[in-house]
Design a protein around this ligand. Structure first.
Ligand code: 2M8
Length: 433
């Protein structure tokens, strides 16, 4: 990339990571651990790239959309077959090219949280001229509409106007404590012989366990064997997750902006965003003061305080915002004086500060909380988190996640969304000066 408009050591280092992970048409989350294109990673990465290379940011999302299925879904992973064997499950596990609804390039059958329309709008806003020069919004709009249609039709499995995830991988928070109870009904004995190339890049203590992997593959096999058809077959895992649905609502608001910018009617998107925001109320837990997940199969709420339950703060007009702000600033999260937001209630008995999605602080989730705090006028707290996020990203070579209090790095390094979101915050603070 040339002449970055965001200056400084952090920006230079973050750009270095994004350059090293760029394949020519998209950005790998990490060259070793995650050697393909991931869906919500690309959304976050595009937001960061928009400040230094608007065209590359556009291409990041366009490249992801080449993997879109005929039913509208944007898949969790688009595979680079030259890296087959470096990640499991690989392309041959899914065999997606044999599935009529899937595109001709190999993808996973699952999905990930829908941050894409939000990212597309941020990319456009960063440089409207560069966006118009490539007809970016008119080309993306129908595809993003189809994606949201898929969520509204195929994924409203609970009939409450929210999307369900059919696999922990779809939440992006793979081994969150929110999934523990539902996973009890899932066997850990898939037919597939599981390989763990991930363990070449991260210690087992920082990754999901062998038993969890057994369950993940069992669920993935079941879904694959019904050609990833949501309306066919029996599910053992169907969860309504607050972050997934809040991102969908936030993205609907962005679709409204996109529609207005290209002369289409924004009203249906605003209506849908309001409906989703209202429907999230069904996941609200008064006593905990945040949103929780619903197990759609036995129609119960999983009453655990995770970071997923505070992310709906990214929605303006959220009636529960005052209470959720108290919760995120209180003893379960920021009241414990961490450097970034822990992914799980620090007062919970099974809180683990270094175990993946069961306690450590993640850069994308902290970035979402920062956006949420700003949405509700808490700039002072947002600024403090932003300063810590940027400092930890640079100090520890852009780690995947960190111990919330010591900031000690865990997982892989040179992780793309860490670099991209640190860059986004650097650009935000540079603009404010
Ligand atoms: C992690 O998930 C993948 C499966 O999708 C894995 O553990 O192998 C999660 O952190 C997820 O949120 C992220 O999108 C992905 C790639 O960075 O890695």
């Amino acid at each position: 990339m040339s002449a970055p408009p965001v200056a400084g050591d952090l920006a230079a280092a973050a750009i270095g990571v994004l350059d090293a992970n760029w394949t020519g048409s998209y950005t790998l989350p990490a060259t070793g651990l995650y050697p393909h294109q991931w869906s919500w990673d690309s959304g976050f990465i595009a937001i960061g790239l928009s400040h230094v290379s608007p065209e590359r940011a556009q291409r990041e999302l366009e490249s992801l959309l080449t993997g879109q299925w005929a039913d509208g879904r944007i898949p969790q992973i688009i595979y680079d077959v030259s890296r087959d064997g470096d990640y499991s499950p690989d392309a041959s596990f899914w065999g997606s090219t044999q599935i009529p609804a899937a595109p001709s390039i190999p993808t996973a059958g699952l999905i990930q949280p829908p941050n894409h329309a939000w990212a597309a709008w941020e990319v456009h806003r960063a440089d409207p001229a560069a966006s118009r020069a490539r007809d970016f919004l008119p080309r993306l709009y129908p595809r993003l509409v189809a994606w949201h249609e898929y969520l509204g039709t195929r994924r409203d499995r609970g009939g409450r106007g929210l999307a369900s995830v059919v696999h922990p991988w779809e939440s992006g928070m793979d081994n969150s404590p929110l999934w523990d109870k539902a996973l009890v009904r899932v066997p850990s004995t898939p037919q597939h012989q599981i390989r763990r190339p991930d363990l070449l890049h991260a210690d087992l203590s920082e990754r999901p366990s062998e038993k969890e992997y057994g369950k993940y593959f069992w669920l993935a096999e079941q879904y694959r064997d019904r050609e990833c058809d949501d309306l066919r077959g029996e599910d053992r895992f169907l969860m309504e997750d607050p972050t997934f649905n809040a991102l969908w609502a936030r993205s609907e608001l962005s679709l409204a902006n996109i529609a207005a910018a290209i002369g289409r009617d924004p009203a249906p998107h605003r209506v849908r965003a309001a409906e989703l925001t209202a429907a999230l109320g069904g996941l609200y837990d008064e006593e905990l003061g945040l949103f929780v997940a619903r197990d759609v199969i036995d129609d119960t709420l999983v009453r655990k305080a995770t970071i997923s339950g505070v992310v709906p703060l990214i929605l303006p007009g959220l009636s529960q915002a005052p209470a959720v702000l108290r919760t995120v600033l209180g003893p379960r999260f920021l009241g414990s004086r961490p450097l970034m937001v822990p992914s799980y209630d620090v007062t919970a008995e099974d809180f683990q500060p270094t175990q993946y999605w069961r306690g450590p602080a993640w850069f994308n989730m902290t970035w979402l909380v920062i956006r949420g705090l700003r949405t509700h006028g808490r700039d002072r707290e947002a600024d403090a988190l932003s300063a810590n996020l940027r400092a930890l990203a640079l100090e520890h070579q852009f780690p995947e996640y960190v111990d919330p209090w010591t900031g000690a790095p865990h997982g892989t390094r040179n992780f793309s969304w860490t670099a991209a979101l640190a860059l986004d915050l650097a650009a935000f603070h540079a603009d404010r000066r």
